[in-house]
Design a protein. Structure first.
Length: 345
């Protein structure tokens, strides 16, 4: 796992990343708006660490991960991978950079070509990006199968012959084929049985230790993120509202949305579960095509203040390593915030 005491090198630097999808309507397909799936996200990921990215469905987590790898042409912002700015360079020029950044997809069945054997799937990146001969390529495929716990005798089988967990191992082996430095894990356990999820997460951790990998681990499973992540970023409606170390975020959440999100995590200890105060948010998540004025969370926040409804909070560092986008931590408002908080509760 990540060593916080060691000198830290930034592998990923994301600044004000925006991914807006146009909305067209009418006979002439006129542009009438845009879906702000990712709307000004900034964070760093350090070498050898795992950054967890969490939030409810539709908040923009997966879009953010894909935009960072430039699977989309981003709307605005800057993305730096291992010192190389890739935010706006053409897709053809990205090809030589692909080996250092890979992705493990959410649905292992949908992300594997059913007409290709396991050997062909894992070996495809080697064919596209290396000059290895057939024998050397096959040996590398066997090494990757060993690394993820797949039997070499299964190399000529097809994806439909494997279980969900085995298919995800195939996807992980494919992602590792070119020795990447950075891997985006887009909800890699969401489509798996609970009994298999721990095996896949343990595999990811073992590979990280062996190969020095850096992960962006996207998930809505807060319990699993607490297990695997070193730092955690919380997204709501296209924006990161809080970013902190795992211990700080889970023990002392600052943003009201983070508090509500963590209050919904089941506690296996009945005695502790009874003490948890559930925070039930009212209303629905606003549309990303028409977000609220001011703070995106102001329509549902139990601690809302008048300023929240017309001024967007700054994403700022409130304590070393802890970033929050909330007016409650604006020094000019800290005197009035507690009184409004008591009134709201």
């Amino acid at each position: 796992m990540f060593d916080a005491s060691a000198p830290r090198k930034k592998i990923v630097e994301v600044r004000d990343l925006k991914m807006h999808f146009p909305i067209f309507a009418g006979v002439f397909r006129k542009r009438v708006g845009e879906v702000k799936a990712v709307d000004g996200v900034s964070f760093d990921i350090f070498e050898g660490e795992t950054l967890g990215l969490v939030g409810e469905s539709g908040c923009g987590k997966s879009t953010c991960g894909r935009a960072i790898l430039r699977l989309y042409d981003i709307t605005e912002g800057s993305v730096v991978i291992d010192g190389q700015e890739i935010g706006h360079i053409p897709q053809k020029k990205l090809r030589p950079l692909r080996p250092k950044m890979q992705m493990v997809f959410q649905d292992p069945q949908a992300s594997l070509d059913p007409r290709m054997t396991v050997a062909a799937i894992i070996g495809e990146p080697l064919v596209e990006h290396t000059n290895l001969g057939r024998a050397a390529r096959l040996e590398r495929i066997y090494e990757l199968m060993d690394a993820v716990g797949l039997n070499r005798n299964f190399a000529n089988r097809y994806p439909h012959e494997f279980s969900g967990g085995q298919r995800q191992r195939i996807g992980i082996a494919r992602a590792l084929a070119l020795n990447p430095k950075f891997i985006v894990c887009d909800e890699p356990i969401a489509a798996l049985d609970v009994s298999i999820q721990a095996q896949v997460v343990n595999l990811l951790e073992e590979l990280q230790k062996q190969l020095g990998l850096t992960y962006l681990f996207i998930s809505h499973d807060l319990s699993m993120v607490r297990h695997i992540a070193d730092r955690v970023a919380v997204m709501y409606l296209g924006k990161v509202v809080e970013l902190a170390s795992r211990e700080d975020l889970y023990e002392r959440p600052r943003h009201p949305y983070t508090e509500a999100l963590l209050s919904a995590v089941p506690d296996p200890d009945p005695a502790s579960a009874e003490k948890i105060e559930r925070i039930i948010l009212k209303g629905d998540v606003p549309s990303p095509s028409n977000p609220p004025q001011g703070c995106n969370f102001c329509t549902r926040c139990p601690r809302v203040m008048p300023i929240c409804q017309h001024e967007e909070p700054e994403f700022r560092e409130v304590t070393p390593g802890r970033f929050v986008a909330c007016h409650l931590y604006n020094t000019d408002l800290q005197q009035e915030a507690p009184a409004r908080t008591e009134a709201a509760s």
